[in-house]
Design a protein around this ligand. Structure first.
Ligand code: HEM
Ligand SMILES: *[C@@H]1O[C@H](CO)[C@@H](O)[C@H](O)[C@H]1NC(C)=O
Ligand SMILES: *[C@@H]1O[C@H](CO)[C@@H](O)[C@H](O)[C@H]1NC(C)=O
Ligand SMILES: *[C@@H]1O[C@H](CO)[C@@H](O)[C@H](O)[C@H]1NC(C)=O
Ligand SMILES: CC(=O)N[C@H]1CO[C@H](CO)[C@@H](O)[C@@H]1O
Length: 321
């Protein structure tokens, strides 16, 4: 079929359009309109991170939740109002930390003073995420700019776009594939879980009363020492901001994965080779993580008239929407 010249032409056109829509984001998008963008964002988020060390992990998660639900368009930053329950108030998102939202809002406030109405909230979130990852010791990667902010934000579409930690690996793999991400990219991106500390309620069912076996019964696939340590840690709900490194993969190999979905990756033959590679070679992890993050960062972006540059990140410019 594809050998038919007309179809071939159509295919080429489609491919060209696909590349072009990506090419609209550029490294120097704000070069003329807001040359201080990188200094301002970096200053604001550095100060925020020093004062609240859980900010970085929160922003990284916020970015992922923004991008995977309707693209990187700051839809996750919109506040719910009387007419609309917004993305951030979907069940799975209620644990997104306030410090992460605050970091973006502070950067926006500062940018509005220097270059009013110019820098989109989605670009701020993308740059802030990169800055914070590298501040924690992770890789530095280029972030292309020119995203527009969404004109909608809806809690109802969140559930089908983000996986729960009790999802099967089949479900997670096919979900990432449906968005164009390979298994290797899934494993690399999951390395984000090297920072931050899951809220205890996310894995309480694995460390307390597992299978109704009594208050201290834990999931037998977990390393017993680790499970017991977690039971202690969770008594106090300790949060550890941590450092960005490949410890996550080393922990998976020891049966010390926090989330059930993570631990499955160490055992499954489709994912285990990458877990082992990244556990053994941090440079390989950083290289793949940096590539995959750039791919996440252009997922479903809106350019031109498909979005707007919001005046404030938590509300659409047209307030009657
Ligand atoms: C593959 C499927 C994934 C699942 C099932 C998942 C699930 C979760 C859950 C349940 C938490 C704990 C939230 C809490 O503390 O209450 C969490 C935390 C986190 N996730 Fe994921 N996640 C996934 C992929 C990703 C990806 C791809 C990224 C980023 C590239 C990411 C970044 C983070 C970060 C940074 C945290 C720590 C947040 C903090 O401590 O404030 N996650 N994730
Ligand atoms: C940004 O603009 C300045 C002039 O305002 C120019 O000298 C510089 O080469 C530009 N940088 C890029 C990356 O385009
Ligand atoms: C996973 O957990 C959610 C609640 O967090 C629940 O609604 C869902 O039914 C669970 N799914 C499976 C497959 O156990
Ligand atoms: C680790 O990975 C990097 C990047 O892919 C590669 O250049 C290097 O050779 C690897 N090191 C080892 C010891 O395999
Ligand atoms: C997945 C997740 O984080 N779910 C939590 C969302 O927030 C509600 C209310 O705080 C919790 O009960 C859920 O466990």
């Amino acid at each position: 079929m594809a050998s038919h010249p007309f179809l071939l032409l159509l295919l080429l056109l489609a491919a060209a359009l696909f590349v072009l829509s990506d090419a609209k984001l550029t490294l120097n998008y704000y070069n003329a309109s807001c040359p201080q963008i990188h200094d301002i964002i970096s200053n604001v988020v550095t100060t925020k991170q020093i004062n609240s060390p859980t900010t970085a992990a929160g922003v990284l998660r916020l970015f992922f939740h923004d991008c995977f639900v309707s693209g990187c368009d700051a839809s996750v930053l919109i506040s719910t109002n009387a007419f609309n329950k917004a993305e951030r108030d979907a069940d799975i998102n209620l644990s997104l930390p306030g410090d992460a939202f605050d970091a973006v809002i502070r950067a926006k406030t500062s940018l509005e003073l220097q270059c009013p109405g110019v820098v989109s909230c989605s670009d701020i979130l993308a740059v802030a995420t990169r800055d914070l990852v590298s501040m924690l010791g992770g890789p530095f990667y280029p972030v292309r700019l020119g995203r527009k902010d969404s004109l909608t934000s809806s809690a109802t579409i969140v559930e089908r776009n983000l996986d729960r930690p009790n999802a099967s690996l089949d479900q997670i793999i096919s979900h990432f594939a449906s968005k164009g991400f390979t298994i290797r990219e899934l494993v690399a991106l999951s390395g984000a879980h090297t920072v931050g500390f899951s809220h205890c309620n996310e894995y309480a069912d694995r460390i307390f009363n597992f299978n109704d076996g009594g208050p201290l019964a834990f999931d037998p696939t977990m390393n017993p020492k680790f499970a017991q340590a977690l039971q202690k840690a969770c008594a106090n709900f300790i949060k550890d901001p941590g450092k960005f490194d490949n410890m996550y993969y080393q922990n998976l190999l020891k049966g010390m994965g926090l989330l059930a979905s993570d631990q499955k990756m160490a055992a499954d033959p489709r994912t285990a080779p990458f877990v082992k590679l990244y556990a053994a070679n941090q440079s390989a992890f950083f290289e793949d993580f940096a590539h995959a993050m750039q791919k996440v960062g252009v997922y479903g972006v809106k350019t031109g008239k498909k979005g707007e540059v919001r005046r404030r990140c938590d509300a659409f410019n047209n307030l009657s929407v």
